[in-house]
Design a protein around this ligand. Structure first.
Ligand code: GTR
Length: 408
């Protein structure tokens, strides 16, 4: 699907449980000074410590938004999806100190309610690939060349229209009473290593250092700007916006959930290394591998943990813990071994004590469930049959999970 980085250099992924190096996970409920967290107010201090560590050492520090956002509606269809939905395309222009960036948001809202809960997620190949809707704009932004989705010379084309609709079952989402908002992720930051000259980083052209924001933080930051807009929309129930993402965008969704508590639910689909999977397991993709294949995704400092995962004062379960007590869903594919399904499960399981502090059940089971047997506590989890991808099966569980937590 995407450049994978599996086969670069002489990296050989480990897929053998018995070869996982011994490791001890940092305790989310113990501060670095040794004190133990026993209350939700103490947790606030610990949470800050963990968050700042992830920011400085892993994803990089993103700026506080201090610019101006202009919104222009570029299309509206009052009778989309067989008359059940309103579809809008919005151009959000961010500007600051004479620089600007355009984001083209595609939004479907059910007509069945005045204000609806919304799933918000970035897409990989452009808004026009998400549905068959004829008049949705084809992105003009840089895009990776891909035969399946018909992007050539780093430009998207009309021929890609509707080709990703399996990953975005809009009709079903609307039918269940939810809205869906999406944006092509390359409009926020084109996914190649350009020294951060373009995308959102260009809005903040100051000197960079080893803790400056990488691309994942850039995508996450853009999700917050979309949220800024959704909050102003009368048709959106702003207390019920779920941020969702697949793979690298699942990593971005998790980081967005950590950065921005307006996201009331967070969904990580096959997010793997640097997402929900524990780094210390070194199963499939590793910190060293990801930083080599994608040197622009994380803060530069993260590279100092290549092959030294044990030196990190956090692991990815603490990223999940930062969402507490909000509902989080983690999904794996059984054949997606590169993303380490078991490591993704453990990321959720090991975050659960923090949910306990809030009187909530995190992961409702202590052993990884069987294939295609979803479990839903305040942390939800499934490992479905098949490999890497965002599927109808995955969405079916996310809709269930949202119904469960949002009382539908
Ligand atoms: C892979 C990468 C993964 C994941 C995936 C994707 O090549 O190694 O971390 O992000 O791409 O985004 O599909």
């Amino acid at each position: 699907l995407l450049s994978s980085g599996h086969a670069q250099g002489d990296f050989v992924p480990n897929y053998d449980e018995s070869k996982i190096p011994p490791y001890a996970l940092p305790d989310p409920l113990q501060r670095t000074d040794g004190s133990v967290i026993k209350s939700t107010s103490d947790w606030e201090k610990r949470k800050k410590e963990i968050f700042e560590y992830f920011q400085r050492e892993v994803y990089g520090i993103s700026p506080v938004w201090d610019g101006k956002m202009e919104v222009r509606e570029i299309s509206k269809n009052e009778s989309a999806i067989g008359g059940t939905a309103i579809r809008q395309e919005l151009k959000l222009t961010l500007s600051r100190e004479g620089r600007s960036l355009d984001m083209f948001v595609l939004l479907y809202l059910p007509k069945s309610a005045k204000a609806s809960p919304v799933f918000l997620g970035l897409n990989f190949y452009g808004n026009h690939t998400v549905t068959d809707d004829k008049d949705i704009l084809v992105t003009g932004a840089w895009i990776r060349n891909n035969e399946t989705y018909h992007s050539e010379n780093n430009r998207a084309s009309e021929k890609g229209r509707g080709l990703r609709k399996d990953a975005w079952p809009v009709e079903e989402i609307i039918g269940r009473g939810y809205g869906v908002a999406t944006l092509y992720y390359g409009e926020l930051d084109p996914d190649f290593d350009d020294g951060f000259k373009n995308g959102v980083h260009a809005l903040y052209p100051q000197q960079r250092d080893s803790s400056s924001w990488g691309s994942i933080a850039g995508w996450a930051w853009g999700l917050s700007r979309m949220m800024d807009y959704l909050e102003t929309h009368a048709g959106v129930d702003k207390k019920k916006v779920a941020v969702l993402g697949h793979s690298r965008l699942g990593k971005a969704a998790l980081w967005a959930g950590a950065l921005d508590e307006r996201f009331a639910m967070v969904i990580s689909n096959n997010s793997g290394c640097g997402g929900a999977a524990l780094s210390r397991r070194k199963f499939g993709e590793t910190v060293g591998r990801i930083n080599t294949a994608f040197p622009h995704w994380f803060a530069d400092r993260f590279k100092s943990y290549n092959d030294r995962e044990n030196e990190l004062l956090v692991d990815q379960h603490q990223l999940i813990a930062l969402m507490a007590p909000r509902p989080v869903y983690i999904a794996s594919g059984v054949e997606d071994t590169w993303a380490d399904p078991k490591g993704e499960f453990l990321g959720g399981l090991e975050a659960s004590p923090v949910y306990g502090l809030f009187g909530k059940e995190g992961m409702p089971v202590s052993e990884m469930p069987a294939v295609d047997q979803p479990v839903m506590g305040t942390i939800g989890y499934h490992v479905r049959s098949g490999g890497h991808g965002l599927t109808r099966y995955d969405w079916k569980q996310y809709l269930e999970f949202a119904d469960k937590h949002w009382g539908k």
